[in-house]
Design a protein around this ligand. Structure first.
Ligand code: ADP
Length: 166
C-alpha cells in the first residue's frame, strides 16, 4: 500500500472513494464538506438524510453521484479543545473506520482530506502524525493507494515532512 501527499482539491481526484470530513448531522457544512456536496449534487444530501447522522470517530458510506469516485466515506473528526478530551483517539478512529469501510467496499484507491484541521482546529502537525501512523499501520487487503489531499501549502508541507521522516 502506497501513501502519497497531494496538494489540491479532493473533489477533482478520480478514485474509488473520497473521504469527507463531515459533521455529526451529515447534512453538509463548510470546508471540504461543502465542496464535496456542491460537486456531488443534491442527490448526495438526499442519501445522507437517510443515514440519521454519524458519531464522532465513526464513518458511513454513500454513493458519490457527480464526483469522479464510486463512493463517499463520510467521517466526523473531533473538535479540538485542549488535547485532553480524547481528541487523538477519536481522530485515529476516523482513519481506522474509513479504512474498514474502504476494505468492505473493496476500494483500491482512496483519498483523504486532512480531517479536523480546518473548522475543528486540530493542530496540523499532531493531526498529520496520527493520520500517517494510523494509515501506515493498518493491514490493508484491497486498498493499494491512499492519497492525502491537502488544500493549503502549509498543510501540504507538514504532511510531506512527516511522511518523509517515517
Ligand atoms: P474539519 O471540520 O474536519 O476541520 P474542514 O473542511 O474545515 O474540516 O477542514 C479540513 C481540511 O480540509 C482543511 O485543511 C481544509 O483546508 C481542507 N479543505 C477544504 N476544502 C478542501 C477541498 N476541496 N479539498 C481538500 N481539502 C479541503
Amino acid at each position: 500500500m502506497k501513501i502519497q501527499i497531494i496538494q489540491g482539491d479532493i473533489t477533482q481526484i478520480s478514485c474509488d472513494a473520497i473521504v469527507n470530513a463531515a459533521n455529526n448531522s451529515l447534512l453538509g457544512g463548510g470546508g471540504v464538506d461543502g465542496a464535496i456536496h456542491r460537486k456531488a449534487g443534491p442527490e448526495l444530501l438526499a442519501e445522507c438524510r437517510l443515514l440519521h447522522g454519524c458519531a464522532t470517530g465513526d464513518a458511513k458510506v454513500t454513493k458519490a453521484y457527480h464526483l469522479p469516485a464510486r463512493y463517499v466515506i463520510h467521517t466526523v473528526g473531533p473538535v479540538y479543545r485542549d488535547g485532553q478530551h480524547d481528541e487523538a483517539k477519536r481522530l485515529q478512529s476516523c482513519y481506522i473506520r474509513c479504512l474498514e469501510k474502504a476494505e468492505e467496499y473493496q476500494c483500491q484507491h482512496i483519498a483523504f482530506p486532512s480531517i479536523s484541521t480546518g473548522a475543528y482546529r486540530y493542530p496540523v502537525s499532531q493531526a498529520a502524525t496520527i493520520a500517517i501512523e494510523t494509515l501506515k499501520n493498518y493491514p490493508c487487503q484491497y486498498v493499494k493507494r491512499i492519497d492525502i489531499v491537502c488544500f493549503d501549502n502549509y498543510t501540504y508541507r507538514t504532511y510531506c515532512q512527516l511522511l518523509k521522516k517515517e
